[in-house]
Structures are given as C-alpha cells and as structure tokens.
Design a protein around this ligand. Structure first.
Ligand code: ATR
Length: 317
C-alpha cells in the first residue's frame, strides 16, 4: 500500500462523514489516488454523530475542505444543508458527495455514474470472470431489493433504457419504487414482483443482468444467498453483486459455478469514489491503483475476521 501523503503547511483536506466510519475503505483508496497524482491533499475519516451533522457540514466550510463524501446514515439528512442538489441525487434521494459551491455545498450522487461506469468498463482489474462491458439499452434487468441501495441502480438502469424488474421480499416496496421511477421516466419499462423461486425462475430465463442490492450474503452472514439452491443459475445471466465484503459472495460463487459473468461490488466502490474525485479535482484518478489498495485492505482484514469488532464491519460502502 502506498505511504500516506506527506502533509505540510499547504495540504488541503477532503474526507468522508459517517457514523460509524471506521470500516470505510475510502481513505486508503483516495489517499492512494492523491499520492499517485502528486496532489497535496489528504483524505480523512470524519466520525459525525447524527445530531452533529449540521455543525459538521458548516465546519467543513470553515476548515476549507475541498470536498467530502457522505455515507451511512447521513446520505438523506445531509440534503437539508446543501446549497443545491444535482438532478441525480434529487431523484435517488441521497447525497454522497459534497462539492464546493460558493460559500456552501452542492450535493451529488456518485453511485449512479459509478454503477454505469462499472458496467461499461469492467476491464481495469481482470480479477473476475467479467472481461467486457455490459450495454444496458434494451436489456432486461432483474434487481434484487427495493431499499436505499436499489434506488440509484434502478434510476441508472431506467435512464439508460433498460427494462427493470424489481424483485423484493416485501412486494409493496418494489411496487412503490417502480411507480416512483416511472414518474421520472414516463416511457421506461418498470415492473415489480415478489421475491419467490417461481418468479426468479421465470424472469431469469429472459433477463440479461441480475443485480443484488440487498445485504444478504454480506460479511459476517456469508453463507446466505437470495438465489434458491434448488434453482440452477442460468449461465447467460450476468451477475452484479453490490456487496464487496466478501469479494466472492455465495451468490457470486453460484453464478461462477454456472459459468455466468460476475461483477463484484468492489469495482463500483472504486468507480463511485473515482467520480467524487473527479468532481473535486477535475481529473479521473487511477482506478486500478484504487482497486488494488482496496483488494489489499480487504485481504488484510479478512485475515483478522471473523472476530467481532474488527475494523471491517459489515457494510456496503
Ligand atoms: P439499503 O439502504 O442497504 O438498501 P434497506 O433500505 O434496509 O437497506 O433495504 C434492504 C433491502 O434488502 C430491502 O429490499 C430488503 O427487503 P424488504 O424490503 O423486504 O425488507 C432486502 N432484504 C434484507 N434482508 C433480506 C432477506 N433476508 N431476504 C430478502 N430480502 C432482504
């Protein structure tokens, strides 16, 4: 892992606000990119209690931060303190990147471009079975889950001209999300189904892409998968699992065993970080460097798992 950037009197700050924030890979990933580009900035973790969010956002400006990422649980609440909010962040209902705007902040969401860039360009670290990009337009996509993480994915796919079938344990949530997204994209094809083996079997026959947006399979519950054991995974169905801890979820293992292409959530973590970086510094950072740093960090932390209280708490980003 690259050494921390040398800090001097001219060093400027960027960071990530979360609660907790100890698990975040963003400091390692961004500091590696800053070092690779020789930028005199430092990316710091900022543990911000929910009741301190307003003060923390004001403090960022006072401390002359260049920008900041925002993670759980602040992505919705932080919207209130923005000068303006991008169309994407507005539609997704979550801000994860603050960009300086006058004397305040503009709120952006890098999950949408991060997800699409991952699909379009999966080559930068050929450590998974996926070796080529996935073109969304006209494709049938199956989304597992209808929570916060699903919103950005569904928005991105609907905007890209894909058919989106939302499959969720609680069907009413899937229906509400499909309705909400069809208001944004009146011509888009959006459907909602309950999460049953029969629905998965039928939909999987014609779908091209399956995206897991749920937390099922995430460390430490790594034995779980929403794909039923009794159902053969179709080899034609590309799998994108947003989970990156573990890198190889049980669902990814099922898809790989069937010969399907798979994409790990770690690439999306890197790309969403890369878009934040570009908004702050105007250049695309070296995603391969960032990816390698995250891989190293995950491997190092896996060695210390499964003891409780490790640095790598179960989280998606
Ligand atoms: P996030 O913001 O990470 O998406 P969330 O809003 O709590 O978190 O949503 C979690 C998603 O995972 C939901 O779609 C949830 O299904 P429900 O809407 O039925 O709650 C899904 N999920 C979580 N645990 C699940 C499980 N054991 N089986 C099926 N779906 C599950």
């Amino acid at each position: 892992m690259p050494l921390a950037n040398a800090i001097n009197g001219r060093t400027k700050l960027v960071g990530v606000m979360g609660w907790p924030v100890e698990h975040s890979l963003s400091p390692q990933m961004h500091n590696a990119a800053l070092a690779a580009l020789g930028l005199n900035h430092c990316y710091v973790p900022l543990a911000v209690a929910p009741e301190r969010l307003r003060d923390a956002v004001a403090g960022l400006r006072a401390l002359d931060f260049v920008g900041c990422n925002v993670t759980v649980p602040h992505k919705q609440a932080v919207r209130e303190y923005m000068q303006e909010i991008s169309e994407e962040a507005q539609a997704v209902g979550a801000v994860n990147t603050l960009v300086r705007r006058g004397d305040g902040w503009a709120g952006y969401n890098s999950d949408v471009p991060g997800f699409l860039a991952t699909l379009a360009n999966t080559r930068f670290a050929p450590t998974t079975a996926t070796e080529e990009g996935f073109e969304c337009r006209g494709k049938r996509t199956l989304i597992l889950g209808a929570g916060g993480a699903a919103r950005g994915i569904i928005y991105a796919l609907a905007r890209s001209g894909a058919t989106v079938v939302i499959v969720n344990r609680t069907p009413s949530r899937a229906e509400a999300l499909a309705r909400e997204m069809s208001l944004l994209f009146p011509g888009a094809a959006l459907e909602a189904l309950p999460l049953t083996p029969a629905a998965l079997k039928k939909e999987a026959e014609t779908a091209h892409l399956l995206v897991n947006t749920t937390t099922v399979g995430m460390w430490p519950e790594t034995a779980h998968s929403l794909w039923p054991d009794e159902l053969a995974y179709p080899p034609h169905l590309t799998l994108f699992d947003l989970i990156y801890n573990p890198l190889r979820t049980r669902l990814i293992a099922q898809a790989e065993a069937a010969g399907a292409r798979t994409i790990s959530g770690l690439k999306m973590l890197v790309y969403q970080g890369a878009f934040s970086f570009r908004w702050w510094f105007g250049v695309m950072p070296p995603v391969d460097v960032m990816y390698q740093v995250c891989l190293n960090e995950l491997a190092a932390n896996t060695r210390f798992a499964p003891t409780a209280n490790t640095r790598f708490a179960p989280t998606k980003r």
